[in-house]
Design a binder for this molecule. Sequence first.
Ligand code: ATP
Ligand code: MG
Length: 460
Amino acid sequence: MKFSEEAVFIVKTLRDHGTAFVVGGCVRDKLMGVDVHDEDITTSILPQKVSEIFKELGYPVIPTGIKHGTVTVLINRKPYEITTYRIDGNYTDGRHPDSISFTADVKDDLARRDFTINAIAYDPVNDEIIDPYHGIDDIKNKIVRAVGDPNDRIAEDRLRMMRAVRFAAEKGMVIEPGLYRAVRNYAHEITSVSAERIGEELHKMMTGRDPREALVLLHRTRLLEAFAPELDILFDTPQNNPHHIYDAGHHTAAVLKDIESTDDVLRFAALFHDAGKAAVRTTDEKGIDHFYGHPAVSAKIAHQVMKRLKYSNRLIDGTVLLVKHHEEIGDPKMNMAKYLFRNQDIASPDIMKQLFILRRADVSGQNPDTWQKKYDDMDALEQKLARITVFSEKDLAVNGNDLIGYLRDRGIVLKGHDVGLLKNSLLHAVMVEKEENTKEHLLAICEKRYRMLLKEKGNS
Ligand code: ATP
Ligand code: MG
C-alpha cells in the first residue's frame, strides 16, 4: 500500500520514539482502491510529546483535541491528525465515552473502532498490517460488521447506526445480519444523537455514490421513521396511477439514483420532491390515485425537516425552490417565456437547468411506457428555453436610472414604486409581447407604457 510522503514521514518520525500506523478510513479506502481523502495516524506516543516532536522540527501543530489524544500537524499546508492509542471508558449518554485512557498497544485502539473495515492499521515504513478483526476479509466480501458485539457497540454510540448505513451504501456493502438487527433494535433511539450529526450523515449519504440504496436502507432499518417520519410514510403511499410503477418511497429512491450530479441541492430536491404525496393522496371512483397540489406540501415538508436537521439556508432555500416548481414543466405547448415572467423566483438559466435535471430524473422514475414521449417533450421545451435571453429585469437593456432620466426630460417625475412597475411592464413587453430588447426601443415605448400603468392604477 502506498501512502503520501508526508504520512510516511510522520510515521517514521514517530517510530523513533514509539510505534505508529496509518489507520481507519484511509487504510480501508486504499485497500478498496478508491481515493483517500485524509490520512489519519495513530501512535503510542502521548499527545504532548507528539506536539513537541513536530514543533521542534519546525512544523505548525494545532492541539485539536488534546483531551481525546488528537493533535494536528500541518505539513505542506495539509493537516494530518495524529491520535494516541486510546481505550474508551463507559458510555452513558449513548454517544460519547465518559472518559478515555491512553494505551501503548495499537490493538487496544483498534478495539474501540466501530467496524472491522475501519479497524485496520498499517505501518508504511515496515509494510506491516495489523488486522485483528479480519477487516481485510470483510472488505473483500463487502460486509459492514461491528468490532465485537453489535448490540453493545450500537448501545455505546447511536451514531454508528447512521455510519453503518452510510458505509453500506457508499461502498456497495451489505450490513452483517447481527449488526443489521442491532440497528433495527436501536433505530428509534437515533434521535438521542444531535440533529446536526444526523443531518451531516444524511448529507454524506445523499451526496455520495448511492443515495438510492442509502434511502432504502434508512427505511428498512427504521432509522428514517425515527428521524424523518415525513419521508418514511412515502413507502406506505401507493401510487395506483398509469404514470407510476412504484410506491412514492421507492419512486423517490429511483429519482435519487437518476440524479447524476452530486450537487446537494439537486439530491435533496429529489429526496423531498414528493414528500407531500402522503398527505394529499385521493383515490377516484375508478381506483386511480391522484396527488393534487403535492408540490406545495412537499416544499413545506422539505423546509420543516431540513430546518430540524440544521441545514444551511443555502441548501434549504435551493431545495425548497426546486421542490415547489418540480411539476410545472413538461407540456410542450407551454409558453416558456410567459412561465418565466410569472415565476421570477426560478427565472435564471442555472435554476432552470437544475429543474430540467430534476424533472428528467422524476420521469425516469415513473412508468417506462410513458418515458419517451415525456423526454421528447422536454427536449422541445429545452430548445425553447435555449432561445430565451431575457429572464429578469437585470437582463433588460435599460435600468431604473435610464427610465427616470428619459421621462424627466419629458416632464414626468418617476417615483420609486413606479420605477419598479414600469420595469416590470417592460419585462413583460420583452418576454411575453416579444418587443425588442434595445435601449432605444425600450425608451421609445416606456412613456406610453407608463401612461397605461397610470390608467390601470386610476381604474383600480
Ligand atoms: P470517511 O472519512 O470516509 O467518512 P472514516 O472511516 O475515515 O470515513 P471518520 O469519521 O473520518 O471516518 O473516522 C476515522 C476513523 O475513526 C474511522 O475509520 C473509525 O476507525 C473511527 N471512528 C470514527 N467514528 C467512530 C465512531 N462513532 N465509533 C467508533 N469509531 C469511530
Ligand atoms: Mg475520515
